[in-house]
Design a protein around this ligand. Structure first.
Ligand code: 13P
Length: 250
């Protein structure tokens, strides 16, 4: 097994105004957060600067999305350069809500990943199947197709700046978590696919985290699986229990 530091991300999605963020900052800075976990939280774009200034420097900050250009006539969007300028080092790309609510496709997500990495950002790249795809036995077809679009855009020397987040769409915000066995199975198969389609080295070292209704009650069982290297947490990252999820490995 590679030397994969446990990684827990908190995706706030479109939640929180300054007073809410102040509350989250309070419990995050109070922790205590395990030294063995890399922690990154992801506020709405308009609050990246605000959250970065208030959070302890050992907590990373990620944007929830960005565009594939440094600047220009792209009304409403933000660039990796701007994210970095606010002191943030990460971006989430390809989240299922970007794919399914805003219609982003594999190609665009691949291009964004390439530009973000070349700009110096680290990327949490999300993949995952819908319920009907799982029920049709297409889970790995979908996950591998989405990963292939990323792989073609990640230079060999940038893999260390990528975390893959497996988030089955049917488990997001539904309270219906994948079982540890279901998540482990996909992570294991994805690692094997990466070994065959990229390299044994990338397959061994890239962190694959799980997202979808992770909470304080189910995180320890999930964290016990050998190929689950952490979590991307939505709803539960807005509450003090998030600290327990960060410390799931302890
Ligand atoms: P929930 O934890 O609310 O299911 O959201 C998961 C997610 O989409 C994280 O990116």
């Amino acid at each position: 097994m590679g030397d994969r530091k446990f990684f827990v991300g908190g995706n706030w999605k479109m939640n929180g105004v300054k007073t809410d963020i102040d509350g989250i900052v309070q419990f995050m800075n109070a922790g205590p957060l395990s030294e063995n976990t890399e922690v990154v939280v992801s506020p709405p774009a308009i609050y990246l600067d605000y959250a970065r200034q208030k959070l302890d420097s050992k907590i990373g900050v990620a944007a929830q999305n960005c565009y594939k250009a440094e600047k220009g006539a792209f009304t409403g969007d933000i660039s990796p350069k701007m994210i970095l300028d606010c002191g943030c080092k990460w971006v989430i790309l390809g989240h299922s809500e970007r794919r399914n609510v805003f219609g982003e496709n594999d190609q665009l997500i691949g291009e964004k990943t390439k530009h973000a990495l070349e700009s110096g950002l680290k990327v949490i790249a999300c993949i995952g199947e819908k319920l009907e795809e799982r029920e049709a036995g297409q889970t790995m077809d979908v996950v591998c197709r989405q990963t292939k679009a990323l792989l073609d855009n990640i230079a060999d020397d940038k893999w260390g700046n990528v975390v893959l987040a497996y988030e089955p769409v049917w488990a997001i915000g539904t309270g219906k978590t994948a079982t540890p066995e279901q998540a482990q199975e996909v992570h294991d198969e994805l690692r094997k696919w990466l070994s065959g389609n990229k390299s044994a080295d990338v397959a061994k070292n890239v962190r694959i985290i799980y997202g979808g209704s992770v909470n304080a009650a189910n995180c320890k069982d999930l964290a016990g699986k050998p190929d689950i290297d952490g979590f991307l947490v939505g709803g539960a990252s807005l509450k003090p229990d998030f600290v327990k999820i960060v410390n799931a490995k302890e």
